[in-house]
Design a protein around this ligand. Structure first.
Ligand SMILES: [Ca+2]
Ligand SMILES: [Ca+2]
Length: 165
């Protein structure tokens, strides 16, 4: 590497470190709402993969707030979104299908999950303060995908040992 290229590379690394790492509250992932087509849960899971993303997971209060801010609150139309939460494998044991991890952080609406009429897929909507509900996986709703942020992609590129799994 010539000194000039090395200097540019170093400057870029420092800039990315400053913007992406040293600034507070940077989440390694980013949510994307898809309000164009309503799909069943399986089709939504597939649709996210086709976009090189995964159906959303919510692992903390901070992520819940992020996703709630994106969805917004009820005005005149109820909007329901799929996440990757499901208890299809074993009734009552919800996991995030996108990561395979059990659901630890929980934000169920009062009385949910109730498995009413055989409900196995986790929705979040613009009513009920974005609290969660289990719903029939064959119903058609909008969906939320998640991907890693541009910052994270840069960091993974420059520092593979910090790679996000
Ligand atoms: Ca269920
Ligand atoms: Ca329910």
């Amino acid at each position: 590497m010539t000194p000039a290229i090395s200097q540019i590379f170093t400057r870029k690394v420092l800039l990315i470190l400053f913007v992406c790492v040293l600034t507070p509250a940077v989440s390694p992932k980013e949510y994307f709402l898809f309000n164009d087509t309503e799909l069943n849960w399986f089709a939504a899971f597939h649709a996210c993969h086709l976009k090189n993303m995964t159906l959303a997971t919510i692992n903390s209060e901070a992520e819940q707030i992020d996703i709630g801010n994106l969805i917004g609150s009820w005005i005149s139309t109820k909007k329901v979104y799929w996440t990757s939460g499901t208890d299809q494998a074993k009734e009552g044991e919800f996991v995030w299908m996108s990561t395979g991890q059990p659901i630890r952080y929980k934000n169920w609406y009062y009385g949910e999950p109730n498995n009413h009429g055989s409900q196995h897929c986790l929705t979040i909507s613009n009513i009920n303060s974005h609290q969660w509900d289990d719903d029939q996986c064959s119903n058609e709703y909008f969906y939320i995908c998640e991907g890693i942020t541009e910052c994270s992609k840069e960091i993974v590129f420059l520092y593979p040992r910090f790679g996000l799994q």
